[in-house]
Design a protein around this ligand. Sequence first.
Ligand SMILES: [Ca+2]
Length: 536
Amino acid sequence: MWHTLVSSSGLRLATTLLRWLAFAVMLSGASGANGQSSAAASRTRPPNIILIMADDLGFGDVSCNGATAIRTPNIDRLAHEGLRFTSGYSSASTCTPTRFSLLTGCYAFRVPGTGVAPPNGAALIKPPRDTLAFALRRAGYATAVIGKWHLGLGDPRPDWNGRLQPGPLEIGFDHALILPTTNDRVPQVLVEDARVRGLDPSDPLWVGDKSPSADHVTGLNARQTLKMDWKVGHHGTIHNGVSRIGFYTGGTAARFRDEDLSDIWVEASRNWITAQRDRPFFLFFASHAIHVPRLVPERFQGQSGMGPRGDAILEFDWSVGALLQILEEQGLSNHTLVILCSDNGPVLDDGYADDAVEKLGAHKPAGPFRGGKYSVYEGGTRTPFVAWWPGTVKPGVSEALVSTVDLPRSLATIAGGALQQAELLDSVDVSAALLGHIPTGRQSLLTQDNAGRSFGWREGAWKLVRTQSPPAAGQKPGQKPGPASQVDQLFQIEQDPGETRDLAGEQSALLQKLQAALAAELAKTESDAPKPGPGN
Ligand SMILES: [Ca+2]
């Protein structure tokens, strides 16, 4: 508790310097000659950190994980020069809950309402909750999020024409250039810091969940005009020839063209990184690729031979290369830790007619794993995961168990920062595994679906898969809903990574052991979190 009592900035700085020094000593003890040179640098300054999160990118979508139908040379370079994890996970199998736990260190299922956020969703992370961004800011970092947010803005709803707070700036980011929701939902505008960028006050932005007028142009009444047809759900307001979920009017000058998103965000990253001269920086680069609608820059269209989904993989790979190039140009490559991950596993048809199924061929987006986005089978959450820091992270492959929920505590350790609050209940310090010092990470792992009803529980070679459907609705008004149906399966995940053979009936004692472990994890509350203190 001692550091939470320190109030003078001088003492806080001294504390931070001591943490950097301790981390430098840890590096020099474990990394050989290269580590010693980096450790020398770390004595004066911890590494910059870029966290690159893909959207819906599957384990098997990158060639360093075995894809042959598509090449991802920049991600491959990151993997070959860094540490590629074979058991790297997103904490959930959809966008919002993974992003919630990434920033808070708390599994999303513990906090109601953290499923996929609607267009007018309120901010899901608000002060005084501690965050990854706060932790790194306390460690002296400049902090920015550039890319997809999808964690809600404002309270109780976004004020699209005013100040959108709480938002990133209220939870530890110095700068933000974000897509508020996800691009198959409205509106197609960017929020810079706390306001819609380029908004003309004389053309106010309205966002709603019902059509504003009978003649409002939507994917239903103007379907013949669409450049990419919808298949399920996405039949609200049309922008850029594509209809979305939800409705909006106005804000015409502020609207972006979908095809330009990656270029806008890479350029914004270049400008922000270049401006960080005096202190280490943390950039959360949250790409929208390869989420629907898959509208890639013209230079990638048709290049994969796999349709827009494959083209979006090329787009994402390009953005990774562009960020690495920025680091090289700035002479920062040896002073920057890059973590690459995905927010959930792959999906093919996600509501638009974009030939993702038809042009897939032999490509396996989830690699050897079962399931994908929305699922708690391995394909839903076991995703590309790479740590890269030339001269410090020794190149190789790690089987350590690591999750996106671990990044707050782990990156805080690497930055020499501290987590001041007890809310980061679920974040495990796997920094030694990320840096390649040890081959092991977590002892066990929980993953969840969007609603927080179905779970995966991995422990050693075994995995419990709990799928729980919602209670059946009552047959008559006033009648109680029927019970939820729950199914538990057990897989020997090392011998059977495809989760094909359910051993629940044969291994009842083991099943009960894992059920008890999962039950204990589900029952935890934030008061059970490790108390803050040195080393946390
Ligand atoms: Ca996603």
